[in-house]
Write a protein that binds this ligand. Structure first.
Ligand code: G16
Ligand code: MG
Length: 218
């Protein structure tokens, strides 16, 4: 029986991917790496340093920078990103999410956050959703990022629940893989093409209700 929900943030609660994409694209083009849609999709859900490595690899530049130079590049991207998210307000919460969170809370489901983003607490604050997520996995505590199950395993542990009692919600392919590998039920938000591995899938957040999830799981 399902007792808890473990949420991804970016692409599920709000669309920060717009801002991540803008900041990474700016850096990539400065480094002479040509942007493409596969790269854009592949950056979703993976950590900051993994993102930089993927961009450099796409441009065949993975050996061109020292570790310290890479840290500086990632910091440059983050400074631009943090500047962008300052303009976020509760109006940036994706459709239906507030009602869904209220419904979960009313019905006594436990809720935790499994975001790879070190900026997640800032984003929650901008959206005025901090109170809904008393339990947040610290991405700095992870030895491996998504698609490794670690972040979703920790998300269930924070709720004192077994993985089988949890539903994980994700928009990224790497995230669905992480939920499945953690033995939780996966709900994917996005296209069937990228999220074919999800147990339950919705095109967008407005369709994600408890009733629709129960229907899909029956
Ligand atoms: C998010 C984004 C990723 C981003 C990662 C790290 O993960 O989807 O694109 O690279 O956070 O973010 P930061 O640089 O802010 O630490 P998630 O798990 O919330 O989708
Ligand atoms: Mg995401």
């Amino acid at each position: 029986q399902i007792k808890g929900f473990v949420f991804d943030l970016d692409g599920v609660i709000t669309d920060t991917s717009l801002y991540h994409t803008k900041a990474w694209r700016q850096l990539a083009e400065k480094l002479g790496v040509t942007w493409n849609k596969d790269l854009e999709e592949g950056l979703k859900g993976i950590s900051r340093m993994d993102s930089l490595e993927l961009i450099l690899k796409t441009g065949g530049k993975e050996n061109d920078y020292s570790h310290d130079e890479k840290v500086a590049l990632a910091t440059e991207k983050n400074t631009n990103y943090v500047n962008e998210i300052k303009q976020m307000t509760p109006a940036n919460i994706l459709p239906g999410i507030k009602d869904f969170l209220d419904d979960l809370r009313d019905k006594g489901y436990l809720i935790s956050l499994a975001s790879a983003s070190k900026n997640a607490p800032t984003v929650l604050k901008q959206l005025q959703l901090t109170d809904y997520f008393p339990k947040v996995v610290d991405p700095a505590s992870l030895s491996k990022g998504k698609p490794d199950p670690e972040i979703y395993t920790k998300g269930a542990e924070l709720l004192n629940l077994a993985p089988e009692q949890c539903i994980g919600v994700e928009d990224a392919e790497a995230g669905i893989q992480a939920i499945n590998a953690a033995n939780e039920t996966s709900v994917g938000i996005g296209s069937a093409k990228t999220l074919s591995a999800a147990d339950v899938r919705f095109d967008d957040t407005s369709q994600m209700t408890l009733a629709n999830i129960e229907k899909a799981m029956a």
